[in-house]
Structures are given as C-alpha cells and as structure tokens.
Design a protein. Structure first.
Length: 100
C-alpha cells in the first residue's frame, strides 16, 4: 500500500498548510480576507481530522493498512534530511563562488 502512504503524506501536508495559511490570513487580513482565512482554517482542520480518523481509527480495510504515525515520522525525517543536504550544497556553492 505504498500509494496510500504517499496519499497520507499529501493529505496531511495539505491540511497543515491550509491550517497555517488560514491562521496567517485570518490574523493579518482585513474584511473579506479574514473570512477566507477562517474558511481555510476550517477546511484544513476538517480534512486533517477526517483523514486522521480514517487511517487511525477506521475499520475500512483500505485505510487500516496505513501506519500513519510511522509514515509521518519518516516523512519528517526525509524532509529534514533533504533540507539539510540542500542547505549544505548551497553553502558550499556560495563559499566557492565568493572565494573565486
């Protein structure tokens, strides 16, 4: 069920980004944009909670095979490793360019 693990990461990241975007838009926006921010916040929260329920506590066979916490832990580790590697490469590139 590797595609379900991929889909779990996509849905959880989507929900987290919607939550953060909603918080920032509702806090820093004015008028209509505050309502849009609140809607983004609610949509992100609903999607995240629904997917967490489906992969964590649901008895539906399609979702029950996903180990959500293990998938998310692995995703965070891979993301941090990718960012560290990219920053190291950019740092070395900048030092090389600045010294030449």
């Amino acid at each position: 069920m590797e595609w379900m693990e991929f889909l779990t990461i996509v849905v959880f990241v989507f929900a987290i980004v919607m939550l953060v975007a909603g918080i920032f838009t509702a806090y820093f926006g004015s008028g209509k944009s505050r309502r849009v921010g609140a809607a983004l916040l609610i949509v992100g929260l609903l999607i995240g909670v629904l997917w967490a329920y489906l992969v964590g506590w649901s008895s539906i066979a399609l979702f029950a095979d996903v180990a959500a916490w293990d998938v998310m832990r692995s995703a965070v580790i891979y993301l941090v490793a990718a960012v560290v590697g990219a920053l190291a490469a950019v740092g070395i590139f900048l030092v090389a360019v600045m010294k030449s």
